[in-house]
Design a protein around this ligand. Structure first.
Ligand SMILES: [Cu+2]
Length: 69
């Protein structure tokens, strides 16, 4: 099933951080779309929960150095 989730992510300070988050998440199998807005501390994810899950995606964001609230 396709899931749409909006995550509150702190630590993104600029467009480079947005690009970092998008670059880490978008190649993951099952991820359909990712947007990141540092000004809103927001990451929007669309993914297929048969192929990935929110926990794994959250972990990737954390490993990249950001905090999922
Ligand atoms: Cu930055």
């Amino acid at each position: 099933m396709i899931q749409n989730r909006i995550l509150n992510v702190s630590g993104m300070k600029c467009g480079g951080c947005e690009a970092n988050v998008i670059g880490k998440l978008s190649p993951i199998k099952g991820v359909i779309s990712v947007t990141a807005e540092f000004k809103a501390d927001k990451v929007t994810l669309e993914f297929d929960d048969k192929l990935t899950d929110l926990d794994s995606l959250t972990k990737v964001i954390t490993i990249a150095g950001f905090t999922v609230i």
